[in-house]
Ligand binder design. Sequence first.
Ligand code: FAD
Length: 326
Amino acid sequence: MAKNIYVLIDHAQGEIRGGSLETLAWGQQIAAQGGGQVQALVLSGPDQNPAQEIASSAQASAVISVQDERLADYDPDSYAGALKAVLQEDQPDLLLMAHIYQNIDLAPKVAVAVQGALVTDCIGHRQDEQGLIFIRQMFRNKLNADVRTGSGHLAIATLQAGAVSKDELEAGESPLEKRQVDLSQVPQRRVSLEKVGAGKGQVDLTKAEVIVGVGRGIKKEENLEMVRELAEILGAEIGASRPVVDNDWLERERQIGSSGQNVSPKLYISVGISGAIQHIVGMKGSNTIVAINNDPNAPIFNIATYGIVGDLFEIVPALTEKLREG
Ligand code: FAD
């Protein structure tokens, strides 16, 4: 059983990221089931104080704060160096991190540095008499794999966004423990020169009452025209899953999901979207969800109010036509 669980708290210039609160909630749950204790671990610059914020709002046996000039912004060498120092000194059983881009970079580096086992993009866990089993999805979310790590070394696991709700985080106050690490011998092989903010766009999906969300099932940009016609007749905004945005078929501000917008319209019509958790976290608050997909096993049907199994290239024009008549 994982008795001593550390949770890395991520932040952007001191502002704590939601995924870390989900991960801390996960840590609390694992600790509660296995009779262990959870500690939050925060790396930051000397002028940033996310550790204090966690200590005064969340339940943990301690919040460990490591502050250093080199930890103000993410840098793989400095972050891995600081984590290695703390982990080697404290020898926890388990380190949890949110599955965000930064940690996709960091987690393998830390696992190598401490010779730990790494399980990425978990959606949950269960316990049996031999200990903890991590659950992660495979083959485009069609299968779940149970993964057990070997005993005797640190296990590191990253948690998929939205797999645990941050509302499940047990609030409270925790003792703050300041820790010094010496990074002078840690090389810094990468330097960020400048941060350039993305410009704000014209579309505010968060205010839309009706959204037609379009996914990779649309196949190519030219086919978006039929979605535009449907949206127009409904007075809807168009949203998108990430592949559609990554292909530059629609603007980034239309992306819905963990790395896009969170929307809660009265009606969400999903067209050719499989229903990956990263998309679902962004639209599950919709009042009514209509899903169109030709795969009856697509995960989007698990949360849809109404599901239409069939070819979107037949259904979308037919729906538009019916609405036009109506
Ligand atoms: P697919 O998963 O490829 O699904 C396409 C669907 O279309 C399939 O279900 C298929 O059955 C259906 N289809 C195909 N042809 C037809 C047809 N003719 N008629 C009807 N149905 C058809 N994704 C997001 O959406 N938002 C995010 O913010 C986001 N953030 C992410 C962050 C991270 C860190 C990571 C790792 C991933 C993120 N993703 C995000 C990506 C996410 O994991 C999925 O890859 C993505 O949501 C899949 O998009 P999709 O459903 O459009 O494509």
